[in-house]
Design a protein around this ligand. Sequence first.
Ligand code: IPE
Ligand code: IPE
Ligand code: MG
Length: 232
Amino acid sequence: MNLKDIDLNHIAIIMDGNGRWATNQGLDRTAGHAAGEFSLSRSIDWSLDNNLEWLTVFAFSTENWSRSKEEVDFLMFFNRDILIRRREEFNDKGVKFHFIGDLADERIPDENKRLMSETQEITKNNSNLNLVFAFNYGSRKEIYDAITKVSKNDIDAINEESFRSNLLLPEMPDPDLLIRTAGEKRVSNFLLYQLSYTELMFVDTLWPDFDENQLDLAVKEFENRVRKYGNA
Ligand code: IPE
Ligand code: IPE
Ligand code: MG
């Protein structure tokens, strides 16, 4: 399957359901996050195998700080641990990492900040797959930060293009397809501006059970969607 032939260049995923997966197994919620790593690496490998240009994953939202200290601490630890253990492997596979979100937030441990900027630097010349981690990401904040930046410039010069250049990753194309796992049918403050014409898919599978078959099925469904962009 050549994804370019069907204009599928960017898939965004809201990786949801880790907590429920763990609870279903009688485990601590954090075990669900740990189990989700396998689905993430399978999705990255699938994206590489299928020549996808952009894969964006929602890893931690600006609202997720409201979870228990234990869970937040685990998620911070886990996100840096993945980078420490896996970035060489993904670098070798030609993955270019990007991180979007409020990365200067003082609640993010310095070690996470260091690893994220180092990983971006190490992988910046790769070109097989752009992998965007939305980390401490909230779309409302991205939009009002962009407006704040724009308002300091010539306010009369604002148009869609100049506005976009103030978003967190201007070179990122809008997602063609959004997949949310675990049955919730909402976007939870993810890419509100960029999802304007994205095809939305909601699957019941919990994130740790998500795999290549589900991605293949999503592509099949995407192929059957008619994108109209307001045309008749
Ligand atoms: C998604 O799984 C992972 C993060 C939000 C970090 P959840 O932890 O939200 O899992 P559920 O929705 O409680 O099952
Ligand atoms: C969205 O999932 C955030 C991530 C997947 C990182 P949530 O589980 O936080 O969303 P809500 O609370 O169900 O809307
Ligand atoms: Mg959830």
